[in-house]
Each structure stands twice: as structure tokens, then as C-alpha cells.
Design a protein around this ligand. Sequence first.
Ligand SMILES: Cc1cc2nc3c(=O)[nH]c(=O)nc-3n(C[C@H](O)[C@H](O)[C@H](O)COP(=O)(O)O)c2cc1C
Length: 201
Amino acid sequence: MNAIEVIQQRRATKQFDAGYVMTLEEKKELLNIALQNAPSAFNLQHWRPLLIEDRAQREKIREAAWGQAQVTDASMLVVLCGDLSSWESQVKNIWAEAAEPVQQYMVPAVDSYYRGKAQTQRDEIMRSAGIFAQTLMLAAKAHGYDSCPMDGFDFDAVGKIINKPEQYEICLMIAIGKGVSQPYPRIGKLPFEQIVKTDRF
Ligand SMILES: Cc1cc2nc3c(=O)[nH]c(=O)nc-3n(C[C@H](O)[C@H](O)[C@H](O)COP(=O)(O)O)c2cc1C
């Protein structure tokens, strides 16, 4: 499959083969593709994926996700969080390999972009997580797997189940595995002309 075919064939999968096992190495490989290649503002890599391997954790999360079967039946489940403080805690590490003048420009630039701006900090982790999630789902498709992005769950309840640190926010979950049903035909796509405008709204 070329890149366009991978994009076209990724569908939100509702029913997974509950008996299909992915190895931990495969799961890490998919995550690593996204970690190494997804873009993020200032390269801050705000994402903090949590891989849920424990069956009891899966059951609890399913309960908090209105019983959605993907949570327990998919071979791989990621609760994708973002670190609201990555702009402050990681910036020096991330830019350490850059040339000195680049560091001297980037580190204060990042600081003034985020400091005291709670909305910006939150928006950025959501942007980064969305791109990370799509990269992960496309990598999964290219490896022969199906996926489902999910935000149909009680965020507070899932936060408690996973012991979410204070400075993290849950962005969405991603279930990955072998789909057992054919996807529904793509429906309800809004017309290009209604959605895409040029120069000004
Ligand atoms: C942020 C987000 C949250 C979603 N949450 C759920 C969910 O909780 N359960 C579910 O079955 N599908 C969920 N979906 C999948 C959408 O329903 C699906 O992407 C959409 O209907 C288009 O279908 P397609 O992905 O097959 O093209 C979610 C998608 C996104 C992007």
C-alpha cells in the first residue's frame, strides 16, 4: 500500500478480534514510529502515551467508556495523554543537540510562547496528540492493523484509573488490532465547496 492507500483504508473499527495477540515489540514499534516522526510545535513532543496491558485496567476503562467493546477487545490500547508542562520541563533537553545560537533563540522563544498561557498549553497538547494519534493509526494500518480513535469515555473516571499526574491531560484513546467486521461505507462527508474556502471566511 502506498501512503494514499493507507490513508484511505484507515477506518474507525468498532469490532476487534479479542483473541488476536500483538507482541509487546510490535506495539512498541508502532509507538516508536509515531514518537520519532510525528510533528509537534517547537519539537516539544507534548504526547505521553500510556499503553494499557493489564486486563483489569482494560475492564475498568471499558466501564468508564460506556461499555465500548474496542477497549477490551483490541490487541493494543493507548490512553494518549499530553504533558501540560513539557514546554518548561523538556525544552532544554530537546534543544540540547542544536547549535548554540539556535538554543539561545529557541529556549526563550518557547518560554514566552507558553508561560502564563494555560489555554495555549492545553491547545498545544491537543494539537500534538491529534497528529500523534493519526500517525499511530496510519502506521498500524501500514502494518496490517485496524484502529479506532476514541473520546467516548468519562475523562475524570479514566484519569483516576490510570493515576493521571496533575500536569497531564487525557487527549484521547486509540484502540488497535485486527478488525472482524467490514467497515461501514463512508457516509455523510460534507461537500468540498461547503468546507474549503479561499483567502477569507
Ligand atoms: C476524537 C475522536 C473521537 C472518537 N471517539 C469515538 C468513540 O468513542 N467510539 C467510536 O466508536 N468511534 C469514535 N470515533 C470514530 C469516529 O466515529 C469516526 O472516525 C468517524 O465516524 C469517521 O469514520 P472513519 O474514521 O471510519 O472515516 C472518534 C473519532 C475521533 C477523531
